[in-house]
Design a binder for this molecule. Sequence first.
Ligand SMILES: C=C(O[C@H]1C=CC=C(C(=O)O)[C@@H]1O)C(=O)O
Ligand SMILES: [Mg+2]
Length: 454
Amino acid sequence: MKTILSPNRREQSATNERGKLFSYTIPMDPCDLFVFYQSQRTSSTGQRFYWKNSDGSFRIVGSGIAATFTSKSPERRFEHIQQQWDKLLQDAHIENKYDIPGTGPLLFGGFSFDIDQIPADEWSSFGDSLFYLPEIMITCLDEQYFLTMNQFGALDQREGEFLKQWVKQMKGKPNPFPKLLTQKEYDVEGWLQSVEEVVDELQNTDMQKVVLARKLQLDFAEPLQSETIIDQLLSEQPSSYVFSMEAEDSCFLGASPERLVEKVNQRVLSTCLAGSIARGKSEQEDKKLGNDLLHDSKNLFEHGLVVSMIEDALRPFCEELLIPNQPNLMKKPYIQHLYTPVEGRAKKESSIFAMVQSLHPTPALGGVPTRPAMKMIRDKENMDRGFYGSPIGWTDYRGNGEFIVGIRSGLTKGSSAFLYAGCGLVSDSIADKELIETRIKFQPMLRAFGKESL
Ligand SMILES: C=C(O[C@H]1C=CC=C(C(=O)O)[C@@H]1O)C(=O)O
Ligand SMILES: [Mg+2]
C-alpha cells in the first residue's frame, strides 16, 4: 500500500480545513491558455495543469494551488476525494453568474492505476490520488473565456481585473529541449517472456484478457520543462486530449485518445477503445489496414470485452444508455483503433466520481475478469504504472466533469522522462506483434520529446 505525501503536501491538504472558500468567476477577452501556462513557470512550477479536449472546444489551465486533495485510505480514495470536495463546497462563497461547465471551483487531478503495486520512486509526488483546486484558472468553452479565482479568506476582486489585463499582454515560446543523453528500453526480452506467460494463462484458464505495458526512460542534460512537451503535443496530436499535471518536480502529461467518462448535466459520454493497427503509408494502404482491423477476430474480441464491461459499469448510473452494435475506426497519427462511442442519460443522483470508480480499470487497461487481471499485471509487468492508464480529469462544483484514460503519456521528473505503452493480450496474441503495437503507441510521446522513433 502506498503512503507518500511530502510534508509540504500534507500541509496543503490541511488547508482544506482552514476555512471558507471564496471563489469568483468573471468573463475575459480571448487569450492563449497555453501561453498563460508558460507564463506561470516562475511563480507556479509544480502547481500547474493544462487540459484540452479532443476537438479543442474545451480547455482549462490552472496555476497555483488553493487546496490539495489526497486520500489516506487508498481503498476508499474515490469516495474520500468526493467527501472532502463536498465538505469544502458546503460553506463556500461562490460568485459565478455563468452556467458554463468548468467555471467556478473545480478539482483537477487523478488516481493511480493500482493501489496494491509497489510504489516506484519516480511517482512519489503523485501517490494514489491527487487533486488540486487551483488558485487561478482560465476556462475556454466554445471560444468564450472565463477567469476563476479561488482563495481561502476574502478575495480582493480587483486582482481578477488586474490579472485579465496582464494576461492580454502575454507572449512567448517554450524553451527548446535539453540535450538527450541516454535512452533506455527496459528489458525487452523479459517483457516478451511475460507476454508469453500471460498468453499461456489466457489459453489455459478462465481469464480472457490482460493488458501488459512497458516503459522507456529518457535522460536529458538538464531538467525538462513541461511546456516544451505540451507545445509539441498540441501541434502533433490536435485531435487528442492533451493534458498535463505538475506535482513538485514532476509532471504527468500526454495526448490520450480515450475518454473514460464525461458528464455535463445529465448527459454522459464514454468511449470503448481497444484493438489497434498501424496507419498506412498511402491512402489505399491505410484503408486496407483499417478494413482488416474491422474484420480481425482477435482485435474484435479484444474490443468487445471493453464494450461489455463499460456497459455493465455505466448501466446502474444511467436512465438510458446507447451503444452501437459494431465498432468504428478512430484514426490518429501513427495508429488506428476500434472505437465504440457510448452515450447515456445519467440518473439525477449519479456522481462522476462514482462512475469513474466503477469504470476503472476498463479492460482497455486492466483485463477480464478485472481482479485476476490486475494481479497478473502486478506480477508480470515489473513496474509501477503510477498515473499511466488511470483516470485523469476534472469536475466542477456543479458535478459536471470529464475524465480520460491517461494513455499515450509519460512522466517527467527532473531531467528524466518515463514513457508508457501497453497492449491488450488475448489467447491468440503473438508476442512480437504486441511488441510492435507498443512501439507504435510510444511514437507520439517520443516525438513530443524531440525523438523521431525508438
Ligand atoms: C494500453 C494502451 O492502449 C489501450 C487503448 C487502446 C488500444 C489498446 C490495444 O489495442 O491494445 C489498448 O487497450 C496504451 O496506449 O498504452
Ligand atoms: Mg491491442
